[in-house]
Unconditional design. Structure first.
Length: 260
């Protein structure tokens, strides 16, 4: 059962076809490619809008090959992207400059519209890139790729333990909630919040003890600051070709746009 649980944990978060060519790429290739698309989009002014179109086309091709459906992609970006766009929707009304357009009692300035359009394009591309990376690469694989790219090991270790212990805490909380419901606990007002506080304290103690057992199990399996990997990462020709195709689809347009 533990093997099945570990396997399910490794596949958590994937979408599309896990056997696709994109899913099989080395995580470093996907990180470099999608991060490159994001950086090129962020560094592009609105006047060079063909770069944004090229970035969107690359991401659409990526999703198509990986067979990530629009619905699955929307479920990943709907918590972040609308908030970012909502934060910038007031810019056309508060940023002055350029022509002024009267919309009823409100005045919209073209400079604010340009800033909002630039923000929307860059935020959309960056969010979609992150969502596609998470849909085609498991979180442990991303951490392995970052570690292989010489990201500080301490940061990788903190992220890995946080990811693992989220499942531990969720499991403990689920069992304690089931125990409360089986005992008829159904709070109806603030005076019934006392048991909830005691449950939170017990949850902390139980997760701490569970964490100690998990750490001892990690040491027994060869943990010495990093878990031993049965299958080492391999950056092959297909990975290099993927990075080259992604960057060559966008970089020339960005260079042409930056030329005086």
């Amino acid at each position: 059962m533990s093997g099945l649980s570990n396997h399910a944990l490794e596949l958590t978060g994937l979408a599309g076809d896990p056997c696709s060519a994109v899913h099989r790429l080395d995580p470093r290739a996907k990180i470099i490619g999608l991060l490159g698309v994001t950086i090129l989009a962020v560094s592009t002014p609105l006047a060079h809008w063909p770069v944004f179109l090229a970035c969107v086309a690359v991401l659409a091709a990526y999703a198509s090959v990986a067979r990530v459906r629009p619905g699955a992609l929307w479920r990943r970006v709907r918590l972040v992207l609308p908030l970012v766009l909502l934060a910038g929707v007031l810019l056309p009304f508060v940023r002055s400059g350029g022509d002024a357009l009267e919309i009823g009692p409100l005045t919209v300035h073209t400079a604010g519209l340009v800033i909002f359009a630039t923000l929307a394009a860059k935020a959309t591309i960056g969010t979609l890139s992150a969502a596609l990376l998470s849909a085609t690469t498991t979180f442990p694989a991303v951490l392995r790729g970052l570690e292989a790219m010489r990201l500080p090991r301490l940061l990788v270790l903190i992220a890995a333990l946080m990811y693992r212990y989220l499942f531990v805490i969720a499991g403990e909380a689920g069992r304690m909630r089931a125990a409360l419901l089986s005992r008829g606990y159904s709070p109806r007002h603030a005076l019934h919040a006392g048991p909830t506080g005691r449950v939170a304290s017990a949850l902390f103690l139980r997760t701490y003890a569970r964490g100690e057992r998990v750490y001892l199990a990690m040491l027994a399996r060869g943990y010495r600051g990093a878990m031993p990997q049965l299958v080492p990462l391999s950056f092959g020709r297909s990975d290099a070709a993927f990075v080259a195709l992604v960057l060559l689809a966008v970089l020339p347009l960005r260079v042409i746009g930056a030329a005086p």
